[in-house]
Write a protein that binds this ligand. Sequence first.
Ligand SMILES: NC(=O)c1ccc[n+]([C@@H]2O[C@H](COP(=O)([O-])OP(=O)(O)OC[C@H]3O[C@@H](n4cnc5c(N)ncnc54)[C@H](O)[C@@H]3O)[C@@H](O)[C@H]2O)c1
Length: 378
Amino acid sequence: MATHTIGIIVNGATGRIGGTQHLANALAPIRDEDGLPAGQDRIMPRLMLVGRDAVRIEEAAKKHNAEWTTDLDKALADPAFPVFFDAAATHQREAVLEKAIAAGKHIYSEKPVSLSAAKGRDLLRAIKARGVKHGAVEDKLGLPGLQKLAHVVSSGALGRVLSFRVEFGWWVFDGTEVPCQRPSWNYTRAGGGGLILDMYPHFRYVIENLLGPMRRTVTALSTATPERIDEKGARYTVDVEDTASTVIELESGAVGTILASWATRVRRDDLLTFQIDGAKGSAIAGLHRCYTQTNAQTPQTAHFSVAKDLNTDYRAHWTEATAGVSPVNPYRIGWENFLRHVATGAPMQADFSAGVRDVQFAEACYRSMKDRTWVDLG
Ligand SMILES: NC(=O)c1ccc[n+]([C@@H]2O[C@H](COP(=O)([O-])OP(=O)(O)OC[C@H]3O[C@@H](n4cnc5c(N)ncnc54)[C@H](O)[C@@H]3O)[C@@H](O)[C@H]2O)c1
């Protein structure tokens, strides 16, 4: 048995997602469990954290038993670290990925992998020209609820898929009465923010992986909360959308909707729900749970009554689906796949081109709103 050490530069290690999911829940545990099995061998991550604030990055490095620097160029020049991972703020991504590709690093990136599909394709071309390995974070497929839903769909139990519905969001405070729960860059174009760029990459790969390719989309966007208070207490203008309604037609002919908002109060089963209606049955998943209803379980509703509440519990005739779940953290699944891909050439489903397709979908939604028309996704 041999141990292959892979040096990984983690850019944005002090951020919310970099620090928690990627470091604390994926990379550090893989290393601390004596590395990742790959055939007869093991893959051992060696971590180099990069950030702008020396105090914070040193603190993160101590916490995760990692090396650290504030000098990205120095890290990129070090051949002991052949992998570059970016989980820093979105607006700086294209520039750092360009540098990392030029330095010959294997590339793994948080979403969105770029701010436009054209730029994403440029980056992909550069990656291919350097012959380095590449991957994009597509963690939501690893959510327990969506894993169960995928299992139900692939079993064929739903029959022909007729339609689907994604509902997503919760209330994000504007900072006046209650502090805002999301970083202020999420609400500015210059910061790479906006609900579409933030969430629609996820919806693209979830929908296409479960139901097949999208053909076209039409989207309406709005900004429910035009002013917010930032982390320093300063008032700023929101110049991106925080609410979106989307219709999607799949290549199969099935049509679905996404209703997403940072300005909605939740009274549904979960913060994200994904319902698929099929000829033989329906399934609905939240982040963790999934329920199905067969034709035999479906209430034989004939009409509704304006005079009397029929007192029907429409949630009663559903069966919980529990199969198909991996207990592994979704971000860790991504890292395990990517590290095996780098070390052994194992296939990487969520490669950089998948990340570019995610951006293409987000961009199509913006274009649809701007041109007030359907946009093809072919
Ligand atoms: N896959 C997911 O589920 C998921 C969830 C949240 C965020 N994200 C993505 O991860 C990235 C980070 O999001 P977050 O919520 O952790 O944000 P965050 O604001 O908590 O962290 C951003 C990080 O970027 C750094 N940073 C900010 N401006 C920078 C600049 N100009 N140059 C270099 N570094 C800079 C910050 O110091 C911090 O380390 C975003 O691209 C976001 O889209 C993905």
